[in-house]
Design a protein around this ligand. Structure first.
Ligand SMILES: Nc1ncnc2c1ncn2[C@@H]1O[C@H](COP(=O)(O)OP(=O)(O)O)[C@@H](O)[C@H]1O
Ligand SMILES: [Mg+2]
Length: 543
């Protein structure tokens, strides 16, 4: 057998750029499956547009168009009215993996790693050989257009065909073509992704044109831009050894002691003294960037052994109960809904999060197929709809453990939509695809409580509805006999049949006041919402 020594073997030793890595492992970025890949593209562009608008304090108006250009080949165009990207940064933003404005910021935003946009550019390039076309106007100067591709070997952008665009243009518009993808109408489609995005972002106005040219308009339901998320300080208990080392490497402090007190929430001078007493092997006067693994290990161990004030949850921005009510009404127009916003909680000891849940019944809730109505679950993380990997998700697990019968509900046969949104600066995703939330005990527990709370509201409505439908059928049955009875009584008594009938009817109505009211359309006490609520904006649905 031929033998080779290390020198010979290591002639083949090469370094790869991070872009090269993701080109080979595109499933890690959500590019697996033709339908899902197309959803991923739309997701990356739309989340960037939303993040950018919120950061600029602009109410987002986004247009998405998907058109077919060939067999399993589609063009995607996403336009926003956000701040745009300065010309000098366009290449880096859209064609350098791991670059962006959101990296290393401990702040609640949809994007984080700086992979999304460049991933799309790479996917377009590797499936069609074409660059991405970008147009932008930042308001402060000239608008421009250009083509952007990525040199994956160097992980560097290639920007060509730069021209100036009409000066009025404000925002960003990305047009890119992709092959090996498929547009489909299903509950994991681009349309469904966008509908759910509209639901979790009531401040968004969204226009979608599908490949057959059908336009859907999701109207804005609230006129306020969500509060701009604050950059938060991490809580010591949320740190791993690795996290601590990463932060130490980029710290500008000159002592570990200052790095801890200034860089973390709830880290007082007293706490530092407690930690110093426990981590006696660490030199707290040396520079943070010289922190070793064993230093970090001792510090984390000490951190875990002392008492801490819970983290400040002020920098988590949920959808909010009021906004969610408006949003659900806007998109699902249900007969009844119950929305719950829970108080902030903490997982892994130091990471705060907030759970919100809405249960909607009737209207456009649930889904219908040939075999009737069904309930559906809509999962969200920081307002982003999660369409895939449902099985691995904490939300799915929590929903599965609900005893529906106790609430008089049946997900298999009733038009129910369950919406759950988990907000946090750090969402613990269970996979790189970021489509499922890890099954952390504290998160599952909160989701369960939120759901049970929301379901109690729906239960009251459903049992009221059952009672009402029972009364309605009795009412109808009796009413059916009134004219015959009036006619017979008229014959016997020789009195006016019409007035007998009217009196009989009034008598029945008196016994069934709720049915009378619901038929006259004035009130239904079975409906949990007030008149005022029902009247406002109920017809503001998606067309
Ligand atoms: N529509 C847009 N408007 C303004 N800036 C954008 C837009 N899309 C992308 N960017 C910029 O490009 C950067 C990279 O985007 P992306 O690769 O998706 O990473 P991430 O969203 O994780 O930061 C963003 O951080 C942002 O600065
Ligand atoms: Mg992004």
């Amino acid at each position: 057998m031929e033998t080779r020594n290390a020198d010979e073997i290591f002639k083949e030793f090469k370094e790869h750029s991070v872009a090269e890595f993701f080109k080979k492992n595109r499933q890690m970025l959500g590019y697996s499956g033709k339908v899902r890949s197309l959803v991923t593209v739309v997701h990356e562009y739309v989340t960037n547009a939303l993040d950018a608008c919120e950061e600029a304090g602009t109410l987002p108006s986004i247009e998405v168009q998907v058109s077919q250009t060939g067999d399993e080949k589609y063009k995607v165009r996403v336009r926003d009215n956000g701040p745009g990207i300065p010309q000098a940064f366009a290449g880096k933003a859209l064609a350098t993996v791991l670059s962006g404005t959101k990296f290393h910021r401990y702040m609640q935003q949809r994007g984080q790693q700086g992979i999304g946009a460049a991933g799309c550019t790479m996917f377009s390039q590797t499936t069609t050989g074409k660059p991405v076309h970008f147009k932008s106007g930042t308001g402060s100067g000239k608008a421009y257009e250009c083509d952007i591709s990525i040199d994956t070997v160097k992980n560097k952008p290639v920007v060509t065909n730069v021209i100036s665009a009409d000066g009025e243009f404000r925002g960003s518009e990305i047009t890119a073509e992709f092959a090996d993808v498929k547009y489909e109408n299903s509950d994991r489609s681009v349309y469904e992704y966008l509908r759910r995005t509209a639901l979790s972002n009531p401040h968004l106005e969204l226009k979608f044109t599908d490949p057959s040219g059908v336009e859907s308009m999701f109207m804005r339901a609230v006129d306020v831009v969500p509060q701009r998320p604050k950059v938060a300080q991490p809580h010591p208990l949320g740190m791993t050894i690795n996290d601590l080392l990463d932060l130490a490497k980029v710290s500008s402090n000159n002592k570990i002691s200052a790095f801890l007190v200034e860089g973390f929430s709830r880290f007082s001078q007293n706490k530092l003294n407690e930690i110093k007493e426990k981590a006696t092997d660490v030199d707290f006067n040396k520079a943070p960037r010289t922190m070793t693994w064993s230093d970090a290990e001792s510090i984390i161990k000490a951190i875990k052994s002392v008492k801490w004030i819970a983290p400040d949850a002020g920098y988590i921005i949920p959808i909010g109960q009021k906004q969610m009510e408006v949003a659900v009404k806007n998109i699902l127009n249900p007969d009844f809904m119950s929305v719950v916003e829970r108080k902030p909680q903490v997982f892994r000891g130091g990471v705060p999060f907030i759970v919100e849940a809405a249960v909607a019944f009737g209207g456009l809730s649930g889904k219908s197929s040939e075999d009737g109505q069904h309930g559906i679950l809509m999962r969200f993380a920081n307002r982003v709809p999660l369409l895939y990997d449902a099985g691995a998700c904490a939300i799915t697990e929590a929903v599965q453990n609900i005893q529906w019968k106790r609430y008089g509900l049946d997900m298999d046969t009733q038009p129910i939509s369950i919406c759950v949104n988990v907000s946090s600066v750090y969402i613990p995703y269970s996979g790189v695809g970021k489509e499922a939330i890890a099954q952390e005990d504290e998160i599952m527990f909160e989701i369960r409580l939120a759901l049970m709370d929301a379901l109690r509201g729906v239960q009251r409505y459903v049992s009221g509805k059952k009672q009402a439908s029972h009364e309605m059928s009795r009412y109808r049955l009796i009413m059916r006999y009134t004219s015959q009875l009036a006619s017979d009584l008229g014959d016997i008594s020789e009195k006016d049949k019409k007035s007998i009938e009217e009196k009989l009817k009034a008598l029945v109505e008196m016994h069934y006041p709720k049915v009378r009211d619901s038929l006259s359309g004035e009130d239904s006490s079975a409906d949990g919402s007030s008149d005022e609520e029902r009247d406002s904006e109920s017809d503001n649905g998606a067309a």
